[in-house]
Write a protein that binds this ligand. Structure first.
Ligand code: 6PG
Length: 255
């Protein structure tokens, strides 16, 4: 895919939100991976590196594993890719629940990344607030223009995104970029990007696939405005619209 070819598939839903539906699951994953590579190539060509924030979730996982396969694994100068995470569970990196571990196991450990360019969220630390501040400082020091090239997100079955869960404190954060967030629904701490962080990215892409997401996707994109109940509904600004990437099944209830 050429640098901007994927943009021809954009559908504008409203001033804050755009949608691409490439087809069934297979076509969808192919499209998402080649789009990812073309965004990365363009960023490397223009600013010398590609800064991306990964997310947890099943769809990104499928995407990560394709990145490590032919023809994609040789398609990029991986030494110029800077990897961050948009959220993390409060577990050490070797835990099966860790988003860091998921990304590594799914594919990134097989790619020739520079270890110095892999920035894990230390969400397992007791001093959570300090760890979150430290992560924000790392981001600000590594991204001189203060902008990610791509922030990847998913949408949970309850409408959450990153670790911005319904009615949690992090939803009201207007200054910090990274914050510790108590998630009562799961009785656990998470660390997460906040809306101010998400909305500074050059591109924010939300990956949603499968029939199980169809109802929620319809509610989020077409339903009544209830951003505290459905945090993913608040994604996107007029200046920086969010891109929803859905497969045919997940988008089947949209008009
Ligand atoms: C996490 C996530 C989370 C995820 C969604 C979607 O750590 O749980 O980052 O926000 O992306 O829950 O996950 P699925 O694609 O697996 O439904």
């Amino acid at each position: 895919m050429s640098a901007t070819a994927w943009e021809n598939h954009l559908r504008t839903l409203d001033p804050r939100r755009q949608l691409i539906v490439p087809g069934d699951k297979e076509a969808y994953l192919d499209f998402c991976v080649s789009q990812w590579i073309s965004i990365a190539k363009q960023a490397i060509a223009t600013c010398g590196h590609f800064a991306v924030a990964l997310s947890g979730g099943s769809t990104p996982k499928a995407l990560f594993s394709r990145l490590a396969q032919d023809p994609y694994k040789d398609a990029l100068d991986w030494g110029k890719v800077l990897i961050f995470w948009s959220d993390e569970r409060s577990v050490p990196p070797e835990d099966p629940d860790s988003n860091y571990r998921m990304a590594m196991d799914a594919g990134f450990s097989q790619l020739p990344l520079n270890p110095e360019n892999i920035f894990r969220m230390h969400a397992e630390e007791e001093a959570r607030e300090e760890a979150a501040h430290r992560y924000e400082q790392v981001i600000r020091s590594k991204l001189p223009e203060g902008r990610f090239d791509l922030i990847m997100l998913g949408m949970g079955d309850d409408g959450h995104t990153a670790s911005l869960f319904p009615h949690t404190e992090a939803l009201g954060e207007n200054e910090r970029w990274v914050i510790e967030n108590w998630v009562e629904q799961k009785k656990t701490w998470r660390m997460t990007f906040t809306y101010p962080c998400i909305h500074q990215a050059r591109l924010v892409a939300v990956y949603v696939s499968g029939a199980g997401k169809a109802e929620m996707l319809k509610r989020v994109l077409k339903g009544t405005d209830e951003p505290l109940e459905l945090p993913s509904q608040r994604l996107g600004t007029v200046e920086n619209p969010v891109l929803w990437m859905a497969d045919a099944e997940a988008s089947s209830l949209l008009d």
